[in-house]
Design a protein around this ligand. Structure first.
Ligand code: DHB
Ligand code: MG
Length: 244
């Protein structure tokens, strides 16, 4: 059957508002569903990261708590994160349970130093290790450690780094996680641009995410979908995959 014509040329992807109703709902959710228990140390990480000049691209608080709940539903004790930024989502993952350990990888040296400092101040340095380096190389090192029984496999992975390498990160995450592990990838919708082959030609990040989604669709050992989201972080989405 013929595909409907692609409407992308008529869509102003960046004209979508960052405020309005979805933000009002995020505020309502935070006020009513987010206890103060973890709010202060975790929001302090976001604030310190912004003050240090990091881009405002960490997950929103409802997104981070949603991710932590996914990890909690899996009873995840070992969580892998690709892309630390200032350590905000890693800190949220550490709240999955007191025994949960998070390994997060960051390529930028200044961000590594800031994340370690943020996590220390917030009381999470016992639970979170921040590894410095190019994620593909670090993941390969971790794989060797797993093969040599120097490190256990992970229960859960969150991929939130440069989008160009999403497929390589995902494949390595598959190798580093146990059967029935969950792997979540951030930013797979990007204001709807993911649905446009034309946008992918213009933007390697969109291309990386499309390569990921289309490759996962052909993987027989993975069951996956993606969920579109709105809110403080505008219109985006998570891919969620589980090893069969
Ligand atoms: C960008 C990256 C992210 O991981 C995110 O959540 C939002 C934006 C970016 O690189 O623009
Ligand atoms: Mg992200």
């Amino acid at each position: 059957m013929a595909q409907p014509s692609n409407p992308s040329t008529h869509v102003a992807y960046d004209a979508l508002p960052r405020d309005g109703l979805p933000v009002a709902v995020d505020n309502y959710i935070k006020k009513n569903l987010h206890s103060a228990t973890y709010h202060n140390p975790l929001e302090t990480i976001r604030e310190a990261s912004l003050r240090a000049g990091l881009p405002d691209i960490a997950c929103s608080e409802p997104q981070a708590k949603f991710l932590m709940l996914q990890a909690r539903m899996c009873n995840a004790k070992r969580i892998l994160e690709v892309g630390t930024l200032g350590g905000y989502s890693a800190a949220w993952f550490a709240t999955t349970s007191p025994e949960t350990k998070v390994t997060t990888i960051e390529v930028d040296e200044d961000r590594v130093a800031l994340a370690r400092q943020n996590l220390e101040k917030a009381g999470f340095s016992r639970q979170v290790e921040v590894l410095h380096g190019r994620a593909i190389a670090v993941l390969q090192d971790i794989k060797e450690q797993v093969q040599n029984h120097k490190r256990e496999v992970f229960d859960f992975a969150f991929i939130d780094a440069n989008k160009q390498d999403n497929l390589d990160y995902f494949k390595l995450a598959l190798e580093l996680t146990k059967d029935r592990a969950v792997i979540i990838v951030d930013n797979v919708v990007r204001n709807g641009r993911v649905a446009s082959a034309e946008e992918a030609e213009k933007d390697d990040a969109i291309k990386g995410t499309r390569d990921l989604i289309e490759s996962i669709g052909r993987m027989e050992n993975v069951v996956a979908t993606a969920m579109q989201t709105v809110g403080e972080k505008n219109y985006d989405g998570f891919l969620i995959a589980m090893k069969k």
